[in-house]
Design a protein around this ligand. Structure first.
Ligand code: PLP
Length: 423
């Protein structure tokens, strides 16, 4: 048996793994064009021709609509802004509840708060790590207005059941697909599975323009409200003839021309970049399949995962070593790995202490809210198990990674489990 690097043995991998960089000559040329034109943003926050932004912003939106086969795409300056705008467009307000996942980036749960609504956490599924129709159903009350479903790690949630549940209760489904551009379930692309979909274009995502996002919907009513919230709604509604003033307090969520020009080039690259992730994930899944100490993701027939990262379960009882020790040993072999993903969001001080806006407990403990929301430890046992005990994630399958790189990862995983098996 080989001596582990953590115990002074030779590591499987000396050189660092390739880094992911999707920018090239196309983006450079696109940026130069914007610079030559000299207009870095053409938005005006008044009811005018420029209310919808400049040529690059609009070209990106039309291309996004084509690619995803949706009626409306509204660009924004981040997916966080996009989630906020989506909740606003859905008409959510103080006294309402919005059902969210605890196992996600924090903005998926703060979006309801921004509109004075209370986030209610539903547990995730052990296989998909997404909230499901079953876990959502347990949390629906007369106060529920919307559901924010996250395609976590790039895997589309089970939307068919979620949509029928939501439709039966008149709820708006917002799909946070920041991690899943290009993922697919049967014939539908992630982002188009809910009533409103929110994409991220931040630097860490599959395609990016530094910071940015795109919100999609087939509803022209939602689209108009998204466009208004993006761009100083209150200053525009009178001239535009908008009568529904609910949540028409606007923001500046506008994307710049340079970002839009870069995002337009990135979108063209998306199919190839996702395909490479899928090939890599399949290859790695095969390579790790027989290792009984871990479980790699299994996908239902007809699902194409976006593989933002590669998640897998680790069983310390089978391995005879803690997850922390296993991760440390793997890192010593030259393979970076993360433990647990994010802490279930309700464990953040914001929820534990119920302090959001001001000091009086709004919106959690407020006269206009007649529910009692639970954020206690143990609330979502599966999310807690995944975070504290079970899950490991690797940024291992992006397009710059080769099969040789993946071989090293598999060799390192097998070397480490074999060493602890022998103890
Ligand atoms: C990255 C991310 C966001 C936020 O994206 P930004 O564009 O950085 O605001 C939201 N939700 C999920 C699941 C994410 O991964």
């Amino acid at each position: 048996m080989q001596r582990l690097a953590i115990n002074g043995g030779e590591s499987v991998r000396e050189k660092p793994f390739p880094t992911y960089n999707t920018l090239g000559e196309e983006e450079r040329a696109a940026v130069n064009k914007v610079l030559d034109a000299g207009i870095l943003s053409q938005f005006l926050g008044t009811w005018s021709d420029d209310f919808y932004g400049g040529p690059h912003v609009q070209r990106l939106e039309r291309a996004w609509e084509d690619f995803f086969s949706v009626k409306h795409a509204v660009s924004v300056n981040s997916a966080t802004s996009g989630l906020y705008a989506a909740v606003g467009a859905a008409g959510v307000g103080p006294g309402d509840e919005v059902i969210v996942s605890p196992y996600t980036m924090s903005a998926s749960a703060t979006a309801p708060l921004v509109y004075g609504a209370v986030p209610v956490f539903a547990d995730i599924d052990r296989e998909s790590y997404c909230i499901t129709a079953e876990t959502i159903a347990k949390k629906i009350t007369t106060r529920t207005k919307a559901i924010i479903v996250v395609d976590i790690f790039g895997r589309p949630a089970e939307f068919e059941k979620i949509i029928s549940l939501a439709n039966a209760h008149g709820l708006v489904v917002i799909e946070d697909c920041a991690q899943a551009p290009g993922a697919r379930y049967e014939d539908r692309l992630a982002g188009t599975l809910g009533h409103i979909g929110v994409f991220s274009l931040n630097y860490h995502k599959t395609i990016h323009c530094g910071e940015g996002g795109v919100v999609v919907t087939d509803s022209s009513e939602f689209a108009e409200r998204l466009q208004l919230i993006r761009n100083h709604a209150e200053a525009v509604v009178a001239k535009k003839g908008v009568r529904n003033l609910v949540n028409m307090v606007g923001f500046n969520y506008r994307m710049t021309e340079i970002e839009a020009a870069i995002a337009y080039e990135q979108l063209k690259k998306l199919p190839e970049l996702v395909k490479r992730r899928q090939e890599n994930a399949e290859y790695l899944g095969r390579a790790l399949k027989g290792v009984s100490e871990i479980e790699v993701p299994l996908l239902p027939e007809g699902m194409l995962h976006g593989w933002y990262v590669y998640p897998f379960k680790f069983f310390s009882d089978r391995a005879g070593v803690s997850r922390a020790e296993f991760a440390k040993a793997l890192r010593a072999e030259g393979v970076p790995v993360g433990e647990g993903y994010v802490e279930p969001l309700y464990l953040q001080p914001l929820y534990q202490q119920k302090v959001a806006f001001g000091k009086s407990g709004f919106p959690f403990e407020w006269d206009g809210y007649d529910g009692v929301v639970d954020y206690s430890k143990g609330l979502c046992p599966v999310a807690e198990e995944m975070h504290f005990e079970r899950l490991l994630v690797g940024d291992w399958v992006h397009a710059a990674m080769t099969f040789e790189d993946l071989d090293d990862i598999a060799i390192a995983v097998k070397k480490v489990v074999a060493a602890y098996r022998a103890v």
